[in-house]
Design a protein around this ligand. Structure first.
Ligand SMILES: NC(=O)c1ccc[n+]([C@@H]2O[C@H](COP(=O)([O-])OP(=O)(O)OC[C@H]3O[C@@H](n4cnc5c(N)ncnc54)[C@H](OP(=O)(O)O)[C@@H]3O)[C@@H](O)[C@H]2O)c1
Length: 335
């Protein structure tokens, strides 16, 4: 019988996956010619398995790949060059002063901030004897506008390579417990002060696509200690903020490190009346910090043994450790 035969594929939408391997269902449609036994013009059909050709004669239209938003790939990290222009808050004493003296060298510009004029100028004079160009600004880190103005002017004078948000206050529940005023002060200086430093500095550095930001947190920021609730919370906040910023600002070529020291011999720890394990002096701590920053370490935590202890403490369920921590001595209040 001569017939006009056409075929339509059924394996795509209706019968996907139900054919044997190497075959697929097709509907054969035939139209008998005039004069044959079949009624002229009649149309019939039947199903048949057809072998699949090398090239699929009935291709299933390919679904377009899902649209993904363009990714901002971070540039490869390269360790920062030795900084030539550095701004440090809280440079009038302790860690900040030790860092200023350590970085002071010919060809280095230092912008130092603090509230105590006499102590800040004494540190600046020391740095000048080491050959550094030094400018000072007596200001409170809580003055957002003044901070932005200082940072912009320091950056205009010598584009900032490194900014260290170091200013901070301590205090605990010793004596009459932690007052509302002390809680507010610690939270503001340690958190808002760091924010008032980092944001204007980051804005200036982003336009150049390089620069390094260091945020001083503490090992006390890994677990809440009952003897210093506000201090621990403030240091946890800036630690997590800094760690997040590292990923965020890294896309713009900026380096961000969080510094978590243990006990350091400074004015802040001078009135602690309990044993401070692995207490180190400020100059040694400053060297650890400079080494970590030179290697662009995300987290510069020391001394190692104390870091390991607080890290493990943080892993344990609070219900196991609360009783032990409640017996630790309380940090004196800051008046
Ligand atoms: N010492 C430790 O054991 C230890 C451990 C971990 C982390 N840290 C952190 O290290 C940083 C430095 O502390 P430190 O031990 O060197 O204590 P510090 O000797 O008391 O120095 C604190 C510095 O912060 C400045 N500061 C405080 N409040 C300020 C404000 N409102 N505005 C501007 N500057 C302000 C102080 O300036 P003025 O004196 O001029 O007001 C001083 O220069 C702090 O963030 C602290 O939390 C210290």
């Amino acid at each position: 019988m001569l017939a006009t035969v056409t075929a339509e594929c059924l394996s795509g939408a209706g019968r996907r996956g139900c054919g044997r391997a190497g075959t697929r269902w097709a509907r054969i449609i035939f139209t008998p010619p005039c004069g044959s036994q079949g009624r002229p013009g009649a149309v019939g059909w039947r199903h048949a398995r057809l072998p699949i050709a090398d090239k699929d004669p009935f291709p299933v239209p390919a679904t377009p790949p899902p649209r993904t938003p363009p990714q901002r790939t971070p540039p490869p990290r390269t360790p920062p060059k030795p900084p030539r222009s550095i701004l440090i808050t809280g440079a009038s004493s302790g860690l900040g002063a030790a860092l200023a003296r350590l970085y002071a060298a010919p060809g280095v510009s230092l912008a130092l901030g603090g509230r105590d004029v006499r102590r800040l100028e004494a540190v600046a004079a020391d740095c000048r004897t080491h050959g550094a160009e030094v400018t000072t600004r007596h200001l409170d880190v809580l003055h957002r506008v003044a901070m932005a103005d200082w940072i912009a002017k320091a950056d205009a004078l010598a584009p900032l390579d490194l900014v260290i948000a170091n200013a901070g206050v301590g205090g605990g529940t010793g004596g009459a417990g932690e007052s509302a005023q002390q809680t507010h002060q610690i939270m503001s200086v340690n958190v808002t002060g760091a924010v008032n430093t980092v944001l204007p500095a980051a804005a200036a550095m982003r336009t150049r696509g390089h620069g390094q930001l260091a945020i001083v947190s503490s090992l006390a920021g890994f677990r809440g200690f009952p003897g210093a609730p506000a201090y621990c919370a403030s240091k946890a906040a800036v630690r997590v903020w800094g760690e997040s910023l590292r990923g965020h600002l890294g896309r713009d070529g900026l380096c961000v490190s969080v510094i978590c020291p243990g006990y350091v011999k400074t004015r802040m720890t001078a009135n602690n009346d309990f044993p401070m394990p692995l207490l180190m002096d400020a100059d040694r701590a400053a060297r650890r910090i400079r080494r970590g920053l030179a290697r662009d370490r995300p987290r510069i935590a020391f001394p190692r043994r104390l870091y390991a202890a607080v890290w493990l403490l943080n892993l344990l369920p609070p219900s196991w450790t609360d009783g032990m921590l409640a017996r630790l001595p309380e940090k004196p209040g800051n008046g």
